[in-house]
Design a protein around this ligand. Structure first.
Ligand code: PHE
Length: 511
């Protein structure tokens, strides 16, 4: 039976057959001056009819560097220098004079000189007071090193594992002389199968294929000679470069929907916050290191913030000083209202959930209350591939009677499962405003690692009592990183990619 193949495929097949050898794909593309994609599609056609094979291997490849290539062209320095001896019939000469008259760059000259000695082509003597060299060999056959170098005439890259022991020695010399580089790469080998090697040219015929029939073909009747190309409906269509939602917006919407489906309501709070809501109401003492300038962006304009109702401020003040009615001893220092009035860019959205506790007090709300927020926070961080100075937190609280740590773990696990992470662990952590506190990590299959995602816990009585939330009503709370999650979900290694909008990435993300 004859096999029908496209013209280009037959051409490639014939080259492989003629040389009867394995080919590196990139060599073959050069030899035939065709694109890699064209070659691979032809090879796939050959594989389909069991005439060709294709194998991919991770290998070490050797290639000459610029200097090595120049020696391949002009000869190694020792050969260049030797040629001067031979051309001018020099038997002995003083080094200085040779250098002056040789026309070689001085570094090449000295490299040549030392290697001529190593090859035992010359000897050096100081007998007469000046340094002279003598030609001592009579024949100067091609050295092993030169033979090895020449292999790069035919191939730009050589597979390290194909070297003989002898050649490895020569490679080591070239490496010492810094003329060669070894890089890890993929080798793509194309070859013929037994069937491909055995098949006779008469058994292969050109396949005349068209993707559409023209009116000329119809009127001339030649359409009968052609086969219609089948459509492959599984192939991706052309890339559509239309506008679409940014991946971060999509992710935020997805998170919103998850919390809403779990019965939560979204809240938002101000970006410009008072130290009171960002720190004081969270029972963070006024000399707490996280309040320092190097973590927190304080503002000059507006310089001070309004505090809430006097009696609530007093309740917070007393909690810091002596525990108030929370049953705690407090921090035992004298609380300063001026510090609480400072304005800043909120460092966490926990400030926003505390505002919700204040509202709870004002409205005489009754539990359960479940709210979340996905919003921007600011910290004075140095930017790098895993840090931003402004980022986003996924924050939430549940105010409920007799709610427990198990409920908290349940909500967090449910959230991560819904967003696509099956394994979630919680481990003991510390925050000044929760007790107990938990860190949250998710398992990332691709890395086989647990990655830290954020913090959580049950608000301490010192945090909830000033807002009238008292045992057995408790507040479960969490604050998770959005960008961390986005990096895993979108497989971006650099957190900055999420906001500098690399167009290639954005185009390949789905709608
Ligand atoms: N606010 C904490 C942070 O920014 C997270 C957190 C929120 C921890 C709520 C416990 C409770 O890292």
């Amino acid at each position: 039976m004859v096999i029908k193949l496209k013209k280009k495929v037959i051409e490639i097949f014939n080259v492989l057959k003629e040389k009867n050898a394995d080919y590196e794909a990139s060599e073959l593309t050069k030899e035939l001056s065709i694109d890699y994609i064209v070659l691979m599609s032809a090879i796939n056609d050959l594989i389909d009819v069991n005439l060709g094979k294709f194998e991919e291997d991770e290998i070490f490849q050797l290639s000459l560097n610029e200097e090595g290539i120049s020696y391949l062209k002009n000869g190694l320095p020792e050969r260049q220098l030797l040629n001067i001896f031979l051309k001018r019939n020099i038997k002995e000469i003083e080094i200085e004079e040779l250098l002056k008259t040789s026309n070689l760059e001085s570094n090449i000259f000295y490299i040549g000189l030392s290697n001529m000695k190593k090859n035992r082509w010359i000897a050096q003597s100081k007998a007469t007071g000046e340094t002279k060299i003598f030609l001592v060999a009579e024949k100067f056959p091609e050295t092993e090193l030169e033979k090895f170098l020449k292999r790069f005439e035919k191939k730009e890259r050589i597979n390290y594992s194909n070297l003989t022991k002898k050649e490895i020695n020569q490679y080591n010399i070239l490496n010492k002389r810094k003329l060669i580089t070894k890089t890890k790469g993929t080798q793509r080998i194309i070859s013929l199968t037994e069937k491909g090697k055995a098949i006779k040219p008469s058994e292969i015929e050109e396949l005349k294929q068209v993707s559409k029939i023209t009116s000329e073909m119809l009127s001339s009747g030649t359409w009968k000679d052609y086969q219609l190309k089948p459509f492959d409906v599984t192939k991706p269509g052309p890339l559509l470069k239309a506008g679409k939602l940014h991946p971060m917006v999509k992710l935020i919407n997805e998170i919103r929907e998850i919390f809403i489906s779990l019965g939560f309501t979204e809240i938002r709070g101000p970006i410009v916050e008072s130290a009171f809501f960002n720190f004081d109401a969270l029972f963070q003492p006024q000399d707490h290191p996280a309040r320092e300038m190097h973590d927190t962006f304080y503002l000059n304009n507006p310089k001070t913030a309004k505090l809430p109702e006097k009696d609530r401020v007093k309740a917070v003040k007393e909690t810091h000083e002596n525990g108030g009615d929370s049953g705690s001893l407090g921090w035992g220092y004298s609380w300063d209202e001026k510090i609480a009035k400072k304005t800043l860019l909120r460092t966490h959205t926990t400030a926003t959930t505390i505002r919700r506790l204040a509202q709870y007090y004002r409205n005489n709300d009754v539990p359960p209350i479940k709210v979340f927020s996905i919003d921007r926070v600011f910290r004075n961080e140095k930017l790098d591939k895993s840090h931003l100075a402004e980022f986003t937190q996924i924050e939430g609280i549940v105010i409920g009677e007799r709610v427990t740590l198990c409920d908290l773990i349940g909500v967090i696990k449910e959230f991560y499962n819904k967003i696509g992470f099956e394994k979630v662990i919680t481990r003991p952590g510390f925050f000044p405003y929760t007790e107990p506190s938990m860190e949250i990590a998710v398992y990332y299959d691709k890395l086989g690692e647990w990655l830290e995602m954020g913090g959580s816990g049950i608000f301490r009585p010192e945090v909830t009592y000033p807002w009238g939330i008292k045992n057995p009503t408790r507040v479960l709370a969490w604050g998770l990183g959005l960008e961390r999650l986005a990096m895993l979900k979108y497989e971006r290694k650099d957190i900055r990619d999420l906001y500098i909008n690399p167009i290639k990435w954005l185009r390949q993300e789905s709608y």
